[in-house]
Design a protein around this ligand. Structure first.
Ligand SMILES: C[S@@+](CC[C@H](N)C(=O)[O-])C[C@H]1O[C@@H](n2cnc3c(N)ncnc32)[C@H](O)[C@@H]1O
Length: 286
């Protein structure tokens, strides 16, 4: 009623402008709806087009990064846990006889080893709930590791059940373990590299949950690894596995730290396998 009186009192010009404004607004809203619908349809179409096929081999995963991103083969291969050592990890995971494994992966790089491991376990009907901690800083001359990893995970149909936390397991550490790659100087670039710190502590504070397997392959500083062990220990289930990479003479400080671990944690852990590179210890059940 009030509206009708106002309309009646308005000069015709004002009334006409008001109507025009309303019409424009409703057309704009309709158009916005069409745009949103089109975009949604395009996304559905895109998802249907993306073909994800499980990888047939370790090499197929490594080659995906080499071919898709032109990463020198040596940087992909040398920076990833080799197939035979991944097989050591897989065998121990199978031995746990659990249909679902909570896996913590510290230090992901491109995720070659992780994708191979979880795919092999999937083939054995073991699913993995994966949590990754990696600061996503340049490694071996490769940048934006996270995007490349997600892309490959999707390509191989392994993106489901992966949670990636971009951050340092403990405090901020030097990239590339302090080694210069392709003229990228970790010391000079230290201030430019940013990611959250103390992720392990954050997870504990948030009562994030526990793990059945923890693979420690991040920062290769021996004191750092020692501190990681004590953090990870708090989150590892009884009967769970702690996995160390690079337990060899090339990384002798790592070898010493892991040796000290096996001695100092004798009461709580049993060493289950050492293949010359990977050492796995199992947390005692009682
Ligand atoms: C040797 S690579 C990991 C390779 C991977 N395990 C594989 O075999 O496919 C080490 C990774 O750890 C990351 N890293 C370095 N310092 C770290 C830290 N403090 N916390 C977590 N990850 C770290 C590096 O940036 C790099 O991506």
């Amino acid at each position: 009623m009030v509206k009708t009186i106002i309309k009646f009192c308005l000069p015709y010009g004002c009334f006409y402008l008001l109507q025009k404004y309303r019409l424009k607004k409703s057309i704009a809203a309709d158009l916005a709806g069409v745009v949103v619908r089109d975009r949604e349809n395009a996304l559905i179409e895109r998802d249907n087009k993306i073909s994800s096929t499980p990888p047939k081999s370790y090499d197929e995963i490594a080659n995906y990064f080499i071919d898709t991103y032109n990463i020198p083969a040596q940087e992909v291969i040398d920076g990833s846990i080799p197939k035979e050592n991944c097989d050591t990890i897989i065998a121990q995971c199978i031995r746990l006889k659990k249909p679902t494994l909570h896996l913590l992966n510290i230090g992901n790089y491109l995720g070659v080893a992780l994708l191979y491991i979880i795919n092999e376990l999937k083939n054995k009907e073991i699913s993995c709930l994966v949590t990754i901690i990696d600061p996503n800083i340049p490694h071996r001359g490769v940048t934006d590791l996270q995007t490349k990893f997600f892309d490959a995970s999707q390509r191989f149909g392994l993106l489901k059940d992966i949670l990636l936390i971009p951050g340092y397991s403990l405090n901020k550490s030097l990239s590339n373990d302090g080694v210069e790659f392709n003229s990228y100087n970790p010391i000079q670039n230290f201030d430019r590299e940013v990611a959250p710190e103390n992720v392990l502590l954050s997870l504990t504070k948030r009562q994030f949950g526990t793990f059945d397997i923890a693979i420690l392959d991040g920062n290769h500083n021996s004191t750092y690894l020692k501190n990681e062990i004590s953090q990870v220990d708090k989150m590892l289930n009884k009967g769970g596995l702690i996995v160390f990479d690079d337990v060899n003479d090339f990384w002798s400080p790592i070898k010493t730290t892991v040796k000290n671990f096996t001695e100092n944690y004798q009461k709580t852990y049993d060493q289950v396998v050492y293949d010359g590179r990977i050492l796995i210890a199992q947390k005692k059940s009682n």
